[in-house]
Design a protein around this ligand. Structure first.
Ligand SMILES: NC(=O)c1ccc[n+]([C@@H]2O[C@H](COP(=O)([O-])OP(=O)(O)OC[C@H]3O[C@@H](n4cnc5c(N)ncnc54)[C@H](O)[C@@H]3O)[C@@H](O)[C@H]2O)c1
Length: 271
């Protein structure tokens, strides 16, 4: 039994969760801390990251908050260096920060399209790059590690009104696989996997539903909600469903899981 517990324990591990002030990132950071990790929580809005840190402190865990724009390479260098300085290593990176804009292809602005690719794709690329530099043998942390990239069911199937978002999340899926195979080939001891949740009613998830009304795909909020619900045969998921999957991928229980895409959608994409 102890052996089973140890496989899922993050005791002695150091994690960095981006976008850790928001819905899924906050729940994930708290879960990793409850499993024993010391957690660096970064977010564009530091006051949100601080709130997650307080939640973790209330539970007796260790966490620190940092302001971080995932599109900025200098920010990444600073956040990763601070994590290693503060906690003495880096074992787990959760590339969670992301945005979504609902828009029809014909009405999408180039600026919004580019912003989504910048945060959702370039942000993940920079995270993989700088985490791997410190996690690989000879790096400042040097013990290998695990990278978990937040994609979406929108990275597996096309969805109306979410063209730019689907583009970005599909890129995250294959970026994860490319990094996984490269790091395994180079003997870095770094696993990379992607997670693909369907709609969960965080700020972002709620925006997807209301966005269906604003772009004319649903006449009102109630029918938009009914439509999105109908896509989920087991109903909406909860942030905890994502956090539990991240815990698995972060822990030694998943030590042979690499380059995989973990779908969390209650069967929505199984049709
Ligand atoms: N909620 C869902 O239905 C759902 C489904 C599938 C995938 N996802 C993905 O999960 C991740 C988290 O989503 P969420 O629902 O918690 O969203 P959210 O909007 O509730 O939280 C996102 C967090 O990211 C932060 N952020 C935004 N831009 C940033 C930047 N440039 N640098 C650093 N931080 C930044 C925000 O401040 C916020 O705290 C995203 O990548 C999202 O695409 C969400």
């Amino acid at each position: 039994m102890n052996d089973l517990y140890e496989r899922f324990s993050l005791s002695g591990k150091v994690a960095l969760v981006t976008g850790g002030g928001g819905g899924l990132g906050a729940e994930t950071a708290v879960t990793l801390a409850r499993a024993g990790a010391r957690v660096m929580i970064s977010d564009l809005l530091p006051e949100l990251a601080e709130a997650t840190v307080l939640d973790i402190h209330r539970l007796g865990g260790e966490a620190v908050a940092l302001r971080h724009d995932v599109t900025c390479e200098a920010d990444w260098q600073q956040v990763i260096a601070s994590t290693v300085d503060t906690f003495g290593g880096l074992d787990i990176l959760v590339n969670n920060a992301g945005i979504e804009k609902v828009a029809l292809f014909t009405e999408s602005s180039l600026e919004e399209f580019r912003q989504m690719q910048d945060i959702n794709v370039t942000g993940v690329f920079l995270g993989i790059k700088h985490a791997a530099r410190v996690m690989r043998p000879g790096g400042a942390a040097g013990k290998g590690g695990t990278v978990i990239n937040m994609s979406s069911v929108a990275g597996l199937v096309g969805l109306p009104g979410l063209g730019g978002y689907c583009t970005s999340k599909g890129a995250v899926r294959l970026m994860s696989k490319a990094a996984a195979i490269e790091f395994a080939t180079l003997g870095y001891g770094i696993r990379v996997n992607s997670i693909h949740p369907a709609i969960i009613k965080t700020q972002l998830g709620a925006n997807v539903v209301s966005g269906m009304v604003s772009i004319g795909l649903a006449p009102d909020q109630a029918s938009a909600d009914a439509f999105v619900q109908s896509l989920h045969p087991m109903g909406y998921g909860q942030p905890q469903d994502v956090a539990s999957a991240v815990l698995f991928l972060a822990s030694n229980a998943s030590r042979w899981t690499n380059g995989s895409e973990l779908v969390l959608d209650g069967g929505a994409s199984a049709r």
